[in-house]
Design a protein around this ligand. Sequence first.
Ligand SMILES: [Zn+2]
Length: 218
Amino acid sequence: MTKTVTVNERDVLLVVDIQNDFCPGGALAVPRGDEVVAPINLLAGNFAHVVLTQDWHPPGHLSFASSHPGRRPFDTIMAPYGPQVLWPDHCVQGTRGAEFREDLHIPHAELVLRKGYRRGIDSYSAFCENDRKTPTGLAGYLRERGFERIFLAGLAFDFCVRYSAADARREGFGVIVVEDCCRAIDLEGSAAATRESLQALDAVCVTADRMVPASTPR
Ligand SMILES: [Zn+2]
């Protein structure tokens, strides 16, 4: 059993891509993705500081299978920056699918970080786009705010949460993934591979019930 984790002023919760298209009924639904919304609302109550990420693609984005004649969703292509999985069109800027879920209720969130808005580069990570060269600016923001540990929750565990966690470690932050507040797409064993890679990165996996807000007497 994981020991409890006390949340402090230098902690920030990064809520990843809780958008209509990633939930059942959406264009790129993560199985049972909607189940995390209520627990994340509760989890966010433990944090003074919360950042939301939003996948935010222009029409005709390189990651869309529809942009590559003859290709189908979940094929992999060689993009100029390396292999890229193709997805159904999703989270197109200004559409309902790109909006946050209506039942996501974190009014005290301090920043909405949009990613994937360059037509030719996808961005799984909230820190660095898939070319592994283009920063989103989030590391600089979090550093300037003085945060030390980043807690992650959201969709999908094995893509945007995984790559965001890895980059956060690389940027020198402590990383804690609240695993029961995530759901996976699980393409060819990607959920198990994510667990292994998080361990190797020294990222901690916890469940939401282990979290203690700083103000709670113990
Ligand atoms: Zn996307």
